[in-house]
Design a binder for this molecule. Sequence first.
Ligand SMILES: *Cc1c(COP(=O)(O)O)cnc(C)c1O
Length: 394
Amino acid sequence: MLPIKHCFSLPADTVYLDGNSLGPLPVHAQENLSRVLQQEWGQHLIQGWNLDGWMEQPARLGNTLAPIIGAEPNTVMLGDTLSIKVFQALSAALGLRPERRVILSDSGNFPTDLYMAEGLIHGLQQDYELKVVEPDAIEAAIDDSIAVVMLTHVDYCTGRMHDMDRITQATHQAGAVSLWDLAHSAGAVDIDVSQCRCEFAVGCTYKYLNAGPGAPAFIYARPDIADKIEPILSGWLGHDKPFAFERKYRAGESVERFRVGTPPVLQMAVLESALALWQGLSMAEVRKRSIELSELFIEGVESRCPMLDLASPRDAQQRGSQVSFAFEHGYAAMQALIANNVIGDFRQPNLMRFGFTPLYLDEKDIERAVDILSDVMTNRLWNKPEFQKVKAVT
Ligand SMILES: *Cc1c(COP(=O)(O)O)cnc(C)c1O
């Protein structure tokens, strides 16, 4: 039953509404990491790769993560960061449609996804094109010139959520390949990649999945196409037989070929503990609670802070697990809020962003956050010089 607050190490008296950016530390991860450090690395040294299963861990954890996004067994691989996984998946997707030249995305996409597409196009040295349209113009822009439709399911700024099934269907009808970035969806909303039939999905594990700063990203490939992919990042651990040290690259089986180099074993230990918390949780229940908490927050803020404008879709069905409000002095207001132990974040140009994570939040937290936000706004607590100075990470 939710919440499972006791499973997380959260500072006392803090309402944490930023789990959409960096999830909190799972209590059990500390013990597990220290065991891996002391017993596995400390005692087993290089034998850890065999004795402690370090080599298989990225695939094993892929199977633990799979049910959270509705993926079939042996279709998810962990490693690298999300930017890298976007690059790999996009390149693989283009390889499936060699006769087409257009990548379609939207202006709500996270910048790194678009940057990686630009970099890939530059590297390919062919006449590829990245076409970026407004989020609500996506479906109309899908035609038979498009090779890949690459979208982020939930908008990082506003929480606006695309209809994954419908867009994937339209993509397939046009003969294009579907690539979804689930950075703000995995562990936040109820998704089912196998039912959706998208070819690729990628996402990170340090947001709603709570695996810590720099935790490895995941990549999913639909089982029927995984073996057709020619990896662009043809690293030795994606080779069919890494320890044969063959002169030529030969791709490993299915999603094994998305591995690149040595996995981050210590960070994987944290991920293992973080994923263990999802055993027995139903994503439908998590989603239901997320909507209840978000609605309570919106209702409270709208009735008590009339100077804030809802920048997220009002309809919960079109919204992920975050809510944003626009306010001219949003940065300073967020700093004032943080100084009062309610942690959210700020996104350009004027968005105060709040993430709702039912694993460790309940109604009391939301009520407290609304009380404090209302105090900050009504009494203009943000209007102090110390809250105006913009930090490097917002
Ligand atoms: C958070 C996020 C990223 C981050 O990429 P990293 O390589 O992990 O830094 C990329 N894309 C989207 C859509 C995100 O929300």
